[in-house]
Write a protein that binds this ligand. Structure first.
Ligand code: MSP
Length: 673
């Protein structure tokens, strides 16, 4: 049977504009698929958008836009961002596609029929501001919303459950019998230890969410967004619908995902499929995150990589090369524009670009545009130097290592191998100084040998780098006068010197990669980035993440939209007072709680429990001026009564509290208005 290869990216949320993180996974998939196609493998590449759920609803609301218009607009932005980079996917799935919704319902029914879904009651911590359940630390008596830092309410809601608890053994058996199911190894171990710890049944419907796929036969319930989203990998091939007929041909496939969504792909997804009686994926391949300045990218920190800026200064091939070369797949990588400019200049302008233009210029100048051949006259022999043989060996070594590295997604090392060959050819040219040989007609054969070897080496390298640098490869290939599309020629089938019959003639020689003026570009980028920072309080389309991801590292957060408007009467009802902390201590067995005695000028100190112990020590708190919500109903935390709440700014994605205070002397008990 013919080999097939099916690769997917996560489908992207349409509550945030596309950024570097999204294009990374998609570029990896695109490069991999081009690599497979070049080797004649029947391949299929799926990407798309995740468009249901409360967060998407809220993002549309924040923009004051009808839902459908909002999602259509963001989908278009994603498509344009990918098109700019020349990404060639085969299909774009949208979870709002009718065929997908039919497939999701079919998957639900298949699992239900096999007895893995039941109706029950979901008990959880609910945030009224977010309008959703939150996964929080069970340690805390009254946990706070990680987004709003407000107390959560304990609420029960009717829900359908998936019997995940019954899948533990089958999942562990899957990981054991198929060691490459989750790659790399570190992520596999993480998943095994998570699943070994026991699995709880999973709530897979919501009554409070409307923007989604209705539960078959019970339309008051909407199918959980992750159940809906994961199903895209099969519905887009036609599973459970009549739109497409590609399931038999391409499934099972390989999922490329960031480590932020590992659990969904390596635990829930195979569990759903096992329960439905559908074959599980071939592999889940997990990459790290792009950081910026050593920190996760986020709008709040102002360190995201804006695609408009990136695209303005760098060509698609520059971006492709940089992300593939700089990030070792599986590990986090730091993105800086400086590093990007440096890589472009050293590896592309001075590396492949320079090799191509110097070789072809010499073909034009010394051989009237017809490259001499290594075959026939045995060019290496004529040169009578080991050198040419070493060049050939370096190129063949790069070719031999390249495929293995690509198959295991070590793009960085694969490119390193190709660049080692480029450096070797370059050195060969410099060592043999063809410009000197050209001055001596008695050394014409040597000159031929040098140029023939360089030309052939370049030809081989261009085929190798095609999947990573499609535009440059095609441009150089054409300038070399070679026939056909280099991305359709399997390098393994092209032997050293095997240039076909007809005489070759090079085309017009233009530099593939001009050198970038670093200082000028950096100062322009600085200005553009400063202009792009959102003002405090300004709504952006980026929203808080759904509860399930809140605990995992992710980059899509932003400035929160304002809470609903209130009247002055509403505000007057909130009694804010100045106070001083008299005593503070940790609450045993509660990581986050400090027990404070505070003076509000009432004569008697008050006890307040504050969830700040991970950020402030008891010593730091004593003597501190704080602001307290003084008329908050008392509540019990860990059996201790709390009589009020401290005010703090909530910073960054983790919601780090920074306590509010005064710089002037203010008496305890003074009211804030
Ligand atoms: N909609 C879900 C996925 C559902 S798949 C059935 C989702 N979407 S997302 O828009 O948040 O995209 C997450 C993916 O984007 C990550 O898994 C990763 O592939 C990519 N990246 C987002 N930010 C990233 C970085 N900073 N660095 C690298 N990749 C990142 O989760």
């Amino acid at each position: 049977m013919k080999e097939t290869f099916y690769v997917t990216t996560p489908i992207y949320y349409v509550n945030a504009r596309p950024h570097l993180g999204h294009i990374y996974t998609t570029l990896v998939a695109d490069t991999l698929i081009r690599f497979k196609r070049q080797r004649g493998v029947d391949s299929f590449f799926l990407t798309g958008t995740d468009e249901h759920g409360i967060n998407i609803e809220r993002a549309a609301e924040a923009r004051g836009m009808p839902l459908q218009q909002h999602v259509d607009e963001i989908v278009q932005e994603f498509k344009e961002a990918f098109a700019h980079l020349g990404i060639e996917y085969d299909r774009w799935v949208r979870t709002t596609n009718l065929y997908h919704e039919q497939g999701v319902q079919k998957l639900w029914t298949a699992i239900l029929d096999r007895g893995y879904i039941y109706k029950g009651e979901y008990q959880g911590w609910f945030c009224g501001y977010c309008n959703e359940f939150k996964e929080v630390d069970d340690d805390i008596a009254t946990p706070l919303c990680p987004v709003h830092e407000k107390p959560l309410d304990r609420i029960a809601e009717e829900s359908y459950f998936f019997k995940l608890s019954e899948m533990q053994d089958r999942l562990l058996e899957l990981y054991r019998s198929r060691p490459d199911f989750i790659q790399p190894e570190t992520r596999r171990n993480e998943v095994i230890s998570f699943v070994s710890g026991g699995l709880k049944d999973l709530s897979i419907s919501r009554v409070s969410v409307k923007w989604g796929v209705p539960v078959p036969g019970d339309p008051g319930h909407t199918i959980y967004v992750w159940f809906d989203a994961l199903a895209n990998y099969i519905t887009a091939l036609g599973w459970g619908n009549s739109e497409y007929q590609d399931f038999g041909r391409f499934w099972p496939g390989h999922h490329l995902v960031g480590k932020d969504i590992l659990r969904f792909h390596a635990v829930y997804w195979p569990a759903f499929l096992l329960a439905a009686g559908v074959e599980v994926p071939s592999s889940v391949r997990v990459h790290g995150m792009w950081l910026s300045g050593g920190r996760k990218m986020s709008k709040t920190l102002g360190n995201t990589i804006d695609l408009a800026v990136l695209y303005k200064h760098f060509t698609p091939d520059m971006i492709r090369y940089f992300v593939l070369r700089e990030m070792s797949f599986g590990h986090d990588g730091d993105f800086t524009y400086e590093a990007l400019v440096d890589r472009v200049n050293s590896d592309l302008a001075d590396g492949i670009g320079n090799l191509a233009s110097r070789t072809l210029t010499m073909v034009r100048n010394y051989f009237d545009g017809s490259p001499p051949r290594v075959t026939g006259g045995n060019a290496e022999g004529r040169l009578n130097k080991e050198d040419a043989c070493q060049v050939r060996a370096a190129v063949e070594q790069a070719k031999a290592g390249f495929d293995g590295e690509f198959d295991t997604l070590n793009f960085s090392r694969a490119l390193e191998a190709a660049w080692a060959a480029i450096a070797r050819i370059d050195k060969f040219i410099s060592d043999n100084q063809p410009w000197q040989l050209a001055k001596d007609s008695a050394r014409r054969a040597d000159l031929e040998a040098v140029i023939a070897t360089a030309y052939e080496g370049l030809r081989q390298v261009v085929l190798l780098i095609g999947p990573a640098l499609p535009n440059a490869a095609r441009q150089i290939w054409q300038q070399m006068g070679c026939q056909g599309d280099p991305l359709a020629i399997n390098p393994a089938g092209v032997a050293w010197g095997d240039q076909g019959d007809g005489p070759l003639r090079i085309g017009q020689v233009t530099g593939a990669f001009p050198k970038l003026p670093k200082d000028k570009i950096m100062s322009e980028i600085e200005k553009e980035r400063a202009a792009d920072q959102p003002q405090s309080g300004q709504a952006t389309t980026e929203q808080a993440l759904p509860a399930e991801e809140a605990a995992a590292p992710s980059v899509a957060t932003g400035i929160l939209p304002l809470a609903p408007t209130i009247t002055i009467e509403d505000f007057v009802n909130i009694d804010l007072r100045v106070a001083t902390v008299l005593a503070a201590e940790r609450v045993p067995k509660a990581d986050k709680l400090l027990r404070l005695q505070v003076d509000l000028g009432e004569g008697e100190p008050r006890q307040i429990l504050a969830g700040i112990a991970q950020y402030y020590t008891a010593e730091q708190m004593v003597g501190r001026k704080i602001i307290v919500v003084a008329n908050l109903a008392p509540r019990k935390l860990r059996g201790l009564e709390s009589n009020g709440m401290l005010l703090a700014a909530s910073i960054g994605e983790e919601g780090r509290p920074v306590l509010a205070t005064f710089t002037e002397d203010v008496p305890n008990g003074a009211r804030l208005k």
